[in-house]
Design a protein around this ligand. Sequence first.
Ligand code: 5AD
Ligand code: SF4
Length: 436
Amino acid sequence: MSMTYYIDVYGCQMNVHDSEIISGILESEGFSSTEKPESADVILLVSCAVREHAETRVLGRASQLGGQWRDRKSGKPLIVLCGCVAQEHGNSLFARLKDLDLVVGPDCYRDLPALIRNSERESAVDFRESDYTGIEPVRKEFPRAYVTIMRGCNNFCSYCIVPYVRGRERSRNSDSILSEIAALSRSGYGEITLLGQNVNSYHDGDTSFSELLRKAASAAGNSWIKFVTSHPKDLGNETVSVMASEKNICEYLHLPFQSGSDTVLRRMNRGYSVQEYLDRIALLRDAMPDIVLSTDVITGFPGESEADFQKTVDLLESVRFDNAFLFKYSERTGTAACSLENPVPEAERLSRLNHLQELQRKITVEESGKLMGKTLSILITGPAKQPGQQASRTEGNRMVILEGTDFSPGSFVDVRITRADGWTHFGEPVENSAIR
Ligand code: 5AD
Ligand code: SF4
């Protein structure tokens, strides 16, 4: 009988796609997936180490799962910790979690079937995988798909653990990326997101990111192309002009600025100034007046003064992002920022975070409100939470809910926005709207 596995994912889109790669590896070796952890032979947790909170959550879950089976007579499932926390702590996790069986880092997923069959307590955390070329991911979402274009990061922003747990930057071969995109488009995927820690530094021989983007647009046919994450220091003019000229590249960009103060940006090792960031935004808006922009910000980085923080507030107010992901600074052992002077007290990090959240909520509501009565093209993604409703996304990644419609997932529909509630909107199909 084939072994069954259950998989749970924490963290970013890269982890979500890694779990699809893990499924691809396991299923090609005869494993089959189950939605029920209690009946699985193997439970895999794909973990995130970017902030302490994420790490605590996944370790808590691993320990709770282990405890659940301790008193049972029937065999306990194998518990496997995958991902960035596995890479970060390696072997030492066995002492902390007595029911944990395997620890497998992001570059060792090809070993999973053998490690599982061995069923020894083992860790595999070497940096040896380039990019999982040749593995057919088992995609769990339709009609939205992820395609990895590069893995790892060389930037060493001083707060960030990613370069330590995901290793150095490597770009995937462009031909294999383009054929994957073409195949997804032929199978009806309406949205294809190119993934990498720093997509702008993609490089395969002579193929730069902007080149890849142009070719991706034509390989994708009518499907939308999005990409994450961009780094302000590497976002080139050429990329902006490809975005503006290629119809199916979404006019949407996630461009983290992290702090509005030049001194803080320098200590973060970000490689750009506030003015350079604002110049990028101006360039983007010149080329695409309706572009939807989102960002990431950290509050309470070591040494961030009240005046530095005020500059972050000013930047958030002046750019007016459509959406922002706001975080309070979290120490990550081994990163350069841990040894910086003048840590900001936890309570202050939190109160600055709350301040930004309130401000951004207001901006998001105001910007969404401007869409009332407008007609937007949306991609139907599936049923919404409430019965009788369907969910969809705009090219700018906004969620739009439709009531009483019955479109098939993957359809593009033109809708008029009737109500907005922050990032969630409600809309009704425009009569005779062309469905592609
Ligand atoms: N503390 C808080 N936020 C962090 N991020 C990365 N590392 C940390 C950290 N140590 C945030 C950054 C990044 C996003 C993915 O997570 O804003 O852009
Ligand atoms: Fe971390 Fe900076 Fe690399 Fe992003 S660019 S993964 S924040 S080191």
